[in-house]
Ligand binder design. Structure first.
Ligand SMILES: C[S@@+](CC[C@H](N)C(=O)[O-])C[C@H]1O[C@@H](n2cnc3c(N)ncnc32)[C@H](O)[C@@H]1O
Length: 168
C-alpha cells in the first residue's frame, strides 16, 4: 500500500465520501460527535467537508492515511482542529483516544477492516462504542471492490476474498 498513488482524484470518479456528506453529517449530529476520525483520507476531499461541518461545532477531526498527499497536507497545515496521522489505521486506532465516530475508507480488504473493528471493540470496553461508518461494503453493486491495496501482513485466506459485500 505504501508508495501506491491513486491516479484519479476522488472527485473525478465520484467515489469520494464527500458525495455522501448529506447522509453522514446528520448521523454525526445525531450523536453530537465532538471528535471524528477518517481512516483513508487521500487528498482530503471528504476531510475538507468535515472541517467545514466541524468548525461551528468545535469538533476535532483526525485524518489517518500513510499516503496522505496534496490538499490534505495543506489542510493539516492550515487547521489546528485537524490532526493528520501518516499511519496505518490499525496502528493509529491502538494509540489515539477513541473518537466519537470513525469513518472507514482506507484499506478495503475484509481482513484489514475486521482487524480495525476488533481494536475499536477492545478499546471501547466499558465505554461507548463510536459511531462506525464503513464505505464500499457492497460496492460496486454487491461485488467486492477491486482495490490494489497491499496484502503484506494479511493472512493468505484473506488476500482474495470474494463474495457478496466482501472486501477485496
Ligand atoms: C478511497 S481513498 C480515501 C478517500 C477519502 N476518504 C474521500 O472520501 O475523499 C483510500 C485511502 O486509504 C488509504 N489507506 C489504504 N490503506 C490504509 C490503511 N491501512 N490505513 C489508513 N489509510 C489507508 C490510501 O492511502 C488512500 O489514500
Amino acid at each position: 500500500m505504501e508508495g501506491e498513488r491513486h491516479q484519479i482524484e476522488p472527485e473525478e470518479l465520484g467515489y469520494s465520501l464527500a458525495n455522501l456528506a448529506e447522509v453522514m453529517f446528520p448521523c454525526l449530529e445525531a450523536i453530537e460527535a465532538r471528535s471524528v476520525a477518517e481512516i483513508g483520507a487521500f487528498t482530503g476531499s471528504l476531510t475538507s467537508e468535515l472541517l467545514a461541518w466541524a468548525a461551528p461545532r468545535g469538533t476535532q477531526i483526525t485524518a489517518i492515511d500513510p499516503n496522505a498527499e496534496g490538499k490534505l497536507v495543506e489542510l493539516a497545515n492550515e487547521h489546528t482542529e485537524l490532526e493528520l496521522l501518516y499511519e496505518r489505521s490499525n496502528d493509529a486506532l491502538r494509540r489515539i483516544d477513541l473518537p466519537d465516530a470513525v469513518i472507514f475508507d482506507g484499506d478495503h480488504n475484509y481482513y484489514a477492516v475486521r482487524e480495525d473493528l476488533k481494536v475499536v471493540e477492545e478499546r471501547s470496553q466499558g465505554g461507548r462504542i463510536p459511531l462506525l461508518i464503513v464505505h464500499d461494503v457492497g460496492w460496486p453493486h454487491g461485488r467486492p471492490a477491486r482495490r490494489k491495496s497491499s496484502s503484506i501482513g494479511r493472512p493468505s485466506g484473506f488476500r482474495r476474498m470474494r463474495g457478496r459485500g466482501a472486501f477485496w
